[in-house]
Ligand binder design. Structure first.
Ligand code: FMN
Length: 171
């Protein structure tokens, strides 16, 4: 799959088969993710990878939209530092988005479906994942082989029309 095919094939997957992700595949996906760019090349992120079923089920409690984490083959928690400076937080959020997308596209290449998840229950996330007090869990990316259909480039997608989104020269 080339980059354009991976972008066209990626979709949010929230139901997974029982098939585990081979350790070497998971490692390769994570290794690709850490190539993501970041402001000042600060790389202010850590990834905690969870594959234990009981831990995944508990982790699903960190947000009302995180139910799919329970049935995932692996979930990657994106951990970041807390900043007081709004500019630092702004670039950090951008960096985390790029990390997540790099992770997801790398997984797509291997036929793995991913589902983003917000995190509201930070105390529960910290208790389950053990990250330090000066960090927070920014996002979860649940992963697994899709229960519905394989990951293939989508012909139709639910997006705003090109003419509405793209402005040449001026708005
Ligand atoms: C920043 C962000 C947060 C998201 N949070 C959740 C979430 O908490 N739970 C969930 O089920 N989906 C979540 N999603 C998935 C989006 O709903 C999904 O990407 C969007 O509907 C577009 O669908 P697609 O990914 O299949 O193209 C999130 C996506 C992004 C980019």
């Amino acid at each position: 799959m080339n980059t354009l095919e991976a972008i066209a094939a990626r979709r949010n997957v929230r139901a997974y088969t029982d098939e585990p992700i081979p350790a070497e595949v998971l490692r390769a996906v994570l290794d690709t993710a850490r190539r993501a760019p970041s402001a000042g090349n600060r790389q202010e992120w850590d990834m905690v990878v969870v594959t234990d079923r009981a831990q995944l089920q508990a982790l699903a409690g960190v947000w009302r939209g995180a139910g799919h984490v329970a049935g995932s083959a692996a979930t990657v928690a994106l951990i970041a530092p807390k900043h007081d400076d709004p500019m630092r937080n702004r670039s950090l959020e951008f960096d985390l988005g790029q990390l997540a997308m790099t992770l997801i596209l790398a997984a797509t290449e291997h036929g793995i479906g991913c589902g983003h998840t917000a995190v509201s229950e930070q105390d529960l996330a910290r208790e389950l994942l053990g990250f330090p007090d000066d960090r927070f869990c920014a996002w979860l990316v649940a992963m697994g082989y899709p229960a519905d259909r394989p990951i293939r480039p989508l012909k139709r997608h639910n997006r705003r029309p090109f003419e509405e989104v793209v402005h040449f020269g001026t708005w």
